[in-house]
Design a protein around this ligand. Sequence first.
Ligand SMILES: O=C(O)CCC(=O)C(=O)O
Ligand SMILES: [Fe+2]
Length: 251
Amino acid sequence: MSDPAAPTTQDADVDYLEQYRVPCVPEVYYIPDFITEHEEEYLLRKAPPQPMWRTLANRRLQIWGGIIKNGVLVGQKLPDWLDKFPDLVTRLRDTGAFKSAKHGQPNHVIVNEYLAGQGIMPHEDGPAYHPVVGTISLGSHAVFNYYKYADTPSTDAPADAGRAVDRTPLVSLLLEPRSLVITRSSLYTGHLHGIEERTHDVLGEDGVIVANAHLVRAEEARTGGTLTRATRMSLTCRDVERVLDVKRFGK
Ligand SMILES: O=C(O)CCC(=O)C(=O)O
Ligand SMILES: [Fe+2]
């Protein structure tokens, strides 16, 4: 079993993140083995309650931490499997990545599950979130792409409302099982992100050059080769700044 790469509180500073910095991309950090195999197994097989899945055309999802209405989170306590075992919230806080966020740690988690061949269209996430996103991958890898708009953004145009997208990714990252990727940059605001619907990813010169090649476990990212996708579950963890406290109504 691999050890988690999570830091202890005393080394929760910029240096911890620096070693995981993705070169040539502003403020993106890739941390392999952020969670253990045991934790991964628990999260995949036991944790997300079956009745909570919402099935969409190309993935299914659960949303934890509350509902966002008009940019305000109607907050609900995160379940134990996100903040006790595994203690993901504390571990994410201890990376230091959320230091500049209002609550210093995530309060909202989207769980997505993709079968091999499924993905998510290029999109923007909206303004409710502080521009720090922590994404944990479980069960399978994915190639995560950032895209730019094909036109020059006009300052008063609403985000992605009918604007053409340049379908050649600006940057691609390989997200391996048990890894964490932290994005704290303009890549989340003013750009789009997505995952192509594929059963296999060809890496290297004949396929995708990933910007985090030297940080990943898979040799294929450096030497070239094909990775076969399986079912992937992702946890997209964020700090929603504006929270309506409804403790008195809920658990
Ligand atoms: O599965 C992922 O890593 C991406 C999920 C995502 O972009 C979203 O839920 O908005
Ligand atoms: Fe997204």
